[in-house]
Write a protein that binds this ligand. Structure first.
Ligand code: XMP
Length: 321
């Protein structure tokens, strides 16, 4: 639309004025905010932007491809991917406490990003760091730089002295729906622009119990099926998000194929919400639930039971951890 196009023009002007002929770096998370921020800066300064995507191995099926192939195809952005899955798995080994998981992931994320930023900087001077801070984040953190917002693992405000950057925050005046419109205006793929919220610590906080490569594979497969069926049923716009949670330390008895199994349950947690502060459990049609349940128990060997979470927030949070 005209207004969205003018937001793009205005932000591109501002970015050019701020960055001049300097260079910038941007961390991509796979989410809409960092993608749109990066695309705007790319439009403004082209090849003088380098994006860094840290694959912590805790993403859902297809998310790395969305960044590496689809986002790059749509923007022509200069992308460095850091494959850090082993490092995160090692750091998380045996850890079951939710806050401990978050701390470890946040710490490792900063270390990996820092290392990547140093390498990019070694190839030429990089003076600016791009962040996808939105207007609500600015308000939440008291109108400051947005550097103290709650998504601390995405925030690289804690970088050491020799990595000081000027902050470029092209989404600072925008709300989420405007960010999505700007993303579409910039030609980003629907899968990124309309991606439902997904927590920075990723699948690690959807495995109840310790995280392992096998458990991630199991959860990733179940999650992909649930997402596919919800999309096919046309329910994406009715649902805020639908975590799929693997009860990795719980075993349940089942009969599958030739005999008795002793596998794990997964929980479906579809919710409707305006802002994630409160939420209601989403009334998914029974036939859709049935398809999800049948497919997961048929296609994911380790899972022999699918259960539905019917708790609102409060008292339940959206995530199980
Ligand atoms: P809860 O579980 O607190 O979640 O009801 C509210 C919203 O926040 C997301 N969430 C997180 N996002 N890092 C994030 O970036 C986190 O550690 C985290 N924990 C929860 C959750 O997916 C929901 O959208």
């Amino acid at each position: 639309s005209w207004t969205t196009a003018s937001i793009v023009d205005e932000q591109v002007e501002r970015i050019r004025a701020q960055v001049g002929d300097g260079h910038a770096i941007c961390g991509l998370s796979g989410g809409v905010d960092s993608a749109v921020a990066a695309a705007l800066v790319q439009r403004a300064i082209g090849d003088r932007l380098t994006c860094v995507f840290v694959d912590h191995g805790l993403l859902r099926a297809g998310e790395r491809t969305q960044v590496e192939r689809d986002f790059v195809a749509a923007t022509g952005v200069n992308l460095v991917t850091v494959d850090a899955a082993d490092r995160f798995l090692t750091a998380l080994a045996g850890v079951t406490d939710p806050e401990q998981k978050r701390k470890i992931i946040g710490r490792e994320f900063i270390r990996v990003f820092e290392q990547a930023a140093r390498e990019v900087k070694a190839q030429g001077d990089v003076e600016f760091l791009v962040q996808g801070t939105l207007y609500p984040d600015v308000v939440e953190s008291g109108g400051g730089t947005g550097a103290s917002n709650i998504k601390s693992h995405h925030n690289v405000g804690g970088l050491p002295d020799d990595l000081q950057f000027g902050l470029v925050e092209p989404l600072r005046l925008l709300f989420k729906d405007e960010v999505r419109r700007v993303g579409l205006e910039l030609g980003l793929p629907e899968t990124i622009v309309h991606r439902q919220p997904f927590p920075g610590p990723g699948l690690a906080i959807r495995i109840i119990g310790a995280v392992s490569a096998d458990r991630l594979t199991t959860l990733r497969a179940a999650d992909a099926i649930a997402r596919e069926e919800l999309t096919t049923a046309g329910l994406d716009s009715d649902i805020w998000q639908c975590p799929v949670v693997l009860l990795a330390d719980v075993r349940s008895v089942g009969v599958q194929g030739d005999g008795r199994t002793y596998g794990h349950p997964v929980v479906l947690r579809p919710v409707s919400s305006e802002d994630a502060m409160t939420a209601d459990w989403a009334r998914i049609p029974y036939d859709v639930l049935e398809r999800i349940s049948t497919r997961i128990t048929n296609e994911v060997a380790e899972v022999n039971r699918v259960v539905l979470d019917v708790t609102s927030k409060p008292p339940g949070t959206i995530e199980w951890e």
